[in-house]
Design a protein around this ligand. Structure first.
Ligand SMILES: *[C@@H]1O[C@H](CO)[C@@H](O)[C@H](O)[C@H]1NC(C)=O
Ligand SMILES: *[C@@H]1O[C@H](CO)[C@@H](O)[C@H](O)[C@H]1NC(C)=O
Ligand SMILES: *[C@@H]1O[C@H](CO)[C@@H](O)[C@H](O)[C@H]1NC(C)=O
Length: 183
């Protein structure tokens, strides 16, 4: 009985070594194909509060004013993304997702959104952005945690900086620089 068990353990170990060996070879082959892509794109962000706003508070703490600086406020966003800062420049896609003010002092925001590409090169592909940053810093950095289509297995980072802001209309153009490694 003991011998049979030992044989089973030996076989299992052997199998494990073979499997680990194969996946190491696989990982090596995949690493060789990893590519880096960098891009600068521009989010057209309308937070006027009117019907054509592209970022809207949808819930928050009862009895509090739902705002960017109020802990617990949840925003949904669907910003057009363009190739240049001019809103009329070529469309790249949309920035769709949620922001939540997640620090009690109202400084930090948690972002989880997708860049949904609609332009020729990347149409149908997405990049997933996730993280937490101080929304009042000149440069906000988030992680790129994954992607789909041409960005499968993507990982990297994205910086956001306000390129222009019109306080009379609450319209901002935000430059987003993305560096991703993907296959
Ligand atoms: C922003 O939204 C407001 C309200 O919906 C709208 O009046 C305004 O034209 C929009 N601004 C731009 C630049 O699209
Ligand atoms: C919202 O956008 C639509 C389509 O561009 C436009 O017809 C409408 O006048 C805009 N509404 C406001 C309040 O700006
Ligand atoms: C973003 O990229 C532009 C060039 O496209 C560069 O001028 C700018 O400094 C970059 N911003 C950051 C925060 O790296």
């Amino acid at each position: 009985m003991a011998t049979i068990t030992n044989t089973k353990v030996f076989l299992l170990l052997h199998l494990l070594i073979v499997v680990v060996g194969i996946s190491l070879i696989q990982a090596k082959a995949d690493d060789a194909k990893l590519r880096e892509t960098k891009m600068s794109i521009y989010f057209q962000d309308n937070s006027s509060g009117g019907p054509n706003s592209t970022v809207v508070p949808v819930t928050g703490l009862a009895g509090k004013l739902w705002s960017f600086t109020e802990f617990g406020t949840v925003f949904v966003t669907d910003d057009p993304i363009t190739e240049g800062p001019d809103p009329k420049s070529a469309t790249v896609g949309r920035g769709q997702g949620i922001y939540v003010t997640t620090s009690l002092d109202g400084l930090n925001t948690h972002a989880s959104f997708s860049i949904v590409f609609t332009n020729k090169d990347y149409k149908g592909s997405t990049i997933q952005i996730l993280g937490n940053s101080n929304q009042f810093e000149a440069v906000r950095e988030y992680a790129v945690v994954s992607g789909t289509g041409k960005f499968r297995y993507a990982r990297g980072y994205a910086t956001f900086e306000t390129f222009s802001f019109d306080s009379s209309t609450s319209y901002s153009v935000i430059r987003c620089n993305i560096t991703v490694c993907h296959y």
